[in-house]
Design a protein around this ligand. Sequence first.
Ligand SMILES: Cc1cc2nc3c(=O)[nH]c(=O)nc-3n(C[C@H](O)[C@H](O)[C@H](O)COP(=O)(O)O)c2cc1C
Length: 739
Amino acid sequence: MLRKIHSLPGLVAAVLITVVGITGAILSADPAAERMGTSIPARRNVAELADRVLAHYPGAEQIQRTPSGALIVYYQTGSGAGVDQVDPSSGNRIRSYVPSAFMRWVKQLHRSLLLDTTGRIATAATAIAMLVLCVSGLLLLIKRIGGWHALARPLHGSKSQRWHAEIGRIAVTGLLMSSITGTYMSAATFSLVSDGMQNEPDFPSTTSGGPPAPVGRLSALVATDLADLRELVFPEPGDAAAVYTLRTAQGDGYVDQSSGALLGFRAHGGTRDLYELIYRLHTGEGLWWFGLILGICALTSPWMAVTGVIVWWQRQRAKPRFSGNSPARSAEVLILVGSENNSTWGFARVLHDALRQAGRRVYTAPMNQAPFQESPARLLFILTATYGDGGAPSSADQFLTLLSRRPPDPATQFAVLGFGDSQFSKFCQFAKDVDAAFRAHGCQPALELVTINRQSSQEFARWGVAVGDMLGVELKLEHAPVHPQPFPLYLQERIDYGREESEPTVVLRFVAAPSSGSAGLLDRLFKRHRLPHFEAGDLAGIIPPGSAMPRFYSLASDSRNGVLEICVRKQPGGVCSTYLHGLEVGERIEVFIQPNPQFRPASGASPVILIGAGTGIGPLAGFIRNNTGKYPMYLYWGGRDPESDFLYEPELKNYLADSRLTQLHTAFSRIDNGVRVQTRLTEDAENMRELIGSGGQILVCGSSAMAHSVRMALDEILAPMSLSVQTLRTTGRYREDVF
Ligand SMILES: Cc1cc2nc3c(=O)[nH]c(=O)nc-3n(C[C@H](O)[C@H](O)[C@H](O)COP(=O)(O)O)c2cc1C
């Protein structure tokens, strides 16, 4: 619901929000520019100013003081009327006052889209839409990220999602302020609220009628501080009954031109003061710095509109299109899906189709729409992602309440499949909560809870086998997510380690075109650089022949290195690793890139501690290779035997020599007194604490068993500092890429 409230006004008003935002940002520069060209004298009264202005402009008709403090004089001369900006101290002319035609046009566009009343209604609607977008966007972000306290945390999601939320959380306060004040001003324009301007003073019925006194001696003007002046209108020369009209910050009145007495003064009411405050907050007039801040925030509106539309479009494209649902009333099996970004629906589709092929009547629905009342189904599959800080995705946020209202039924069997990312501290937490809720509700687990890390097709296929066994049918769950376009690569070089071992490792370097052969020189020169963009730590997706499922390998190079490099250990019976180990130099393969932006060293000079074992060294070696700024980097790496599989040995020695690597700590397990990498960490605990104390970040890459041991060791190392892996994780200083 909240998402709909956010998307609808955004989509409808995207163009208007862009126009109003850009014009607002341009207008915000005006008060600042005006303020810069204005000097504000210390204590001066209106009588003194008027006296000096009259000395320069005998035909002065009116003095106006703009909210920025600029003084404008309207006057008549023998040759006609004129308007000048004058110096507040001397009354001297500064320049002729001609508001820029461009700024007037921008103002009209901002206020009414150059369309009078229709335009004003449209801009009022835009201000309201913007207000709704700011509030709903903030609530969505809080929900996604896991609460108010987490608002400053690093963001996850697709590139457009992250950019939308990142800029949004910076600009939201300014945009909120602009939209609230804009809405109020539009309401005042259409008299829906009062602006307090109707409270005009009554024109004096009698005046002293005496001869005009010099303006510099009129007591009411002497008593008025220049800083309070808004406007002074001079009386018609020769008219003894005429008076000065004086408008100030406090109220409006008239001044007798002979006695200098203040006549019929009427103070502004609270409504007028409120309107003026809101006007100043919106326009920045009189508060130029505030206006500039709002202007900068308003500049983000085109960005927010474009990224917002992209996020919406991506979500629409990924939306499930379900055909072949059996009616809920007659379904034997329910598949309930909890998803935020829709990828879980792809897995649900595969399960749905496989169960139908196995002859079951299946009904699939979002968890929030579980048809508990109508459906007699007694077998429930729940496929759900986790969001925020271990919370529910949007299509499942009502589910636990729905379940609690369902009468307990021991005849119901359920199986929960959790989708998550082990980078998050509360991995698949919502799936765990759902599993626990079903058990507490008296339902029977048909299968134990299974969690799937990063949408792994292999883990899903394994779960499918367990489901098939449970149902007594053969169930093949092959989920091939939609991947980016693959591109061809040629193997340029391979470096083999531990050939004689049962699980040898190979470093493979691919280029975008053959570096030798029949290709022409130009072809060779340019095609070599036609690698798509990727960074070390991103994932290379490779689909081995005879399989539909890609396997992912962490990249050990950047595209700017001119090669795509991966480090592969041959797994016993592993389809893809066997295929890659069999590649000959010059052979062609197809690869696609899956960005993995959370696994990168933070920018800046704080130390980076890289920890890995086995082929986990791949991305870590890539980070070191690209550390051309020579920031402190420490590598702790565990291998088996230094004789046969010291991966990247010559490169690491070079990096140490040219300071791209600060320290190298190796641990080998298959030698006398062999140790694992976590032991090296513990031995070097003092150094580790020092590095973490100076703001260090830890990146871990390798098997999940190794990552687990490393976490345990680090928790012990960090305990004297009252820190833990968990606390580092929540602040983005501990990241894992685990397989
Ligand atoms: C903002 C955000 C927050 C997330 N929070 C968690 C989390 O707390 N725990 C977890 O295991 N996974 C978390 N994930 C990972 C998702 O649950 C995972 O990518 C899932 O496969 C997405 O499924 P969906 O595309 O159907 O929404 C988060 C992802 C994002 C983008």
